[in-house]
Design a protein around this ligand. Structure first.
Ligand SMILES: [Zn+2]
Length: 65
């Protein structure tokens, strides 16, 4: 059975299939698309942490007043 990347339909290597089994994300991605998605996830996490920091800082300022 062939495993194809669900984004670019490239055939996955044995190593990439093993990676997908280790870190299942519901879809099969080749190494290139996988890292592309990882960057998006990291960016989302970084953005949400930035928001949290702003809320936290705002809360601190409130208590100081
Ligand atoms: Zn791909």
């Amino acid at each position: 059975m062939d495993y194809l990347c669900s984004e670019c339909s490239m055939q996955l290597s044995k190593f990439e299939i093993e990676l997908n089994e280790l870190y299942p994300v519901g879809k099969l991605y080749c190494e290139f698309c996988q890292s592309k998605h990882e960057r998006e996830i990291i960016k989302k996490i970084a953005d949400s942490e930035e928001d949290m920091e702003n809320d936290y800082t705002r809360g601190l300022f409130k208590t100081l007043k």
